[in-house]
Design a protein around this ligand. Structure first.
Ligand code: SF4
Ligand code: MG
Length: 336
């Protein structure tokens, strides 16, 4: 199983207008193998989107600044690429879909225009061939009346249809990596399920890997091979999906899992985690979860925990654990 993307010790700062500095991504390392689906989960403000934008080299610099680390695609550090080289990678080797397609679809161009542009740029084929290919892709994403839709403008389509078009565009050059940032969050539940299914089908057919950014653990359960949990700019736990759900270690992961709707539970009484993610310009001294953690010990407030390998593929950043496994963790204790 070959490594496709490797992020190593990535650090990203934002320089705020008032002179403060925000450590929005702080020593993040992970890898994605070819064809794999990896979920990046966490509440908003945890640094998930900033991490994905930095992989695309779409981070606004300034005010953003990558102060350390590498982002390697097939062994080559994307941070070394010139802007022009990077634009050949974007949309071809790596593509991205967002929560709201209107932010990446251009309102003044037809779907045909927008689809054909990327295909022609990366594949150097004729207009006629690019149009054929676009129609083919629209059919692949379940748009039956492709001839009609291709001539329309984004605002003429429903939210679900726009998301299908976005996926078609993202897949049009068979990317090795698709980054999906909360792609179904804005859609209603039935459309959400259809879009998720479609994404997974397209991923299989085009042999892409997916970095799936979401705050929804039920989406993770349905799609991911592996999961990374992000909190306040750091990955606090990483494990294969089954392992993470059956045997979560980090108190934050356990809390996130408790926010999952359960078929026999009353959705209105879904618990949320008390407190909020600390802002990246005012991080606590020790563990960043300590102010919200029911297990916090004295040293949690003083010393930042390092990443510990519990097993081959299971890592956690928490003082409760040593290399050999659990130290001081009572499985029965839980969030109120
Ligand atoms: Fe809780 Fe301490 Fe672990 Fe942080 S290091 S998650 S405060 S137990
Ligand atoms: Mg986000």
């Amino acid at each position: 199983n070959q490594v496709l993307l490797e992020v190593n010790h990535l650090k990203i700062k934002f320089h705020l207008k008032n002179g403060q500095q925000a450590k929005v991504v702080d020593d993040v390392s992970f890898a994605i193998r070819k064809g794999e689906t990896v979920a990046l989960v966490g509440e908003s403000g945890s640094g998930k989107s900033i991490t994905s934008l930095s992989i695309m080299r779409l981070l606004p610099i300034p005010p953003g600044e990558i102060t350390a680390g590498t982002i390697k695609l097939n062994g080559k550090n994307l941070l070394d690429y010139k802007n022009k080289e990077m634009s050949n990678i974007r949309g071809k080797e790596i593509s991205m879909i967002f929560q709201e397609p209107m932010t990446s679809l251009d309102p003044v161009f037809t779907i045909a225009n927008q689809m054909m542009e990327g295909i022609r740029r990366h594949q150097g084929i004729s207009k006629k061939e690019a149009r054929e290919k676009s129609l083919q892709l629209l059919k692949e994403v379940g748009i039956a009346n492709a001839e009609k839709v291709i001539a329309e403008y984004p605002h003429q389509l429903s939210g679900g249809m726009r998301q299908r078009v976005m996926i078609a565009i993202a897949m049009s050059n068979n990317p090795q990596l698709l980054i999906a940032d909360e792609p179904t969050t804005a859609l209603d539940v039935t459309v959400q399920a259809q879009i998720l299914k479609l994404m997974m089908k397209m991923k299989e057919e085009h042999h892409s890997a997916i970095l799936f950014i979401t705050h929804d653990m039920s989406v993770v359960a349905e799609t991911a091979d592996r999961v990374m949990v992000m909190y306040a700019g750091q990955i606090v736990e990483e494990a294969p999906v089954r392992e993470l759900f059956m045997n979560p270690k980090h108190p934050y992961t356990s809390a996130l899992l408790k926010t999952m709707p359960n078929l026999d539970a009353d959705v209105k009484r879904l618990p949320s985690i008390p407190g909020t993610v600390p802002p990246a310009y005012a991080l606590p001294e020790g563990c960043r979860f300590a102010p919200r953690c029911p297990f916090a010990m004295e040293r949690c407030h003083e010393v930042q925990p390092e990443v510990i390998h519990i097993q081959d593929e299971h890592k956690v950043r928490c003082h409760l654990f040593t290399e050999k496994g659990a130290l001081d963790y009572d499985e029965e204790r839980s969030f109120a």
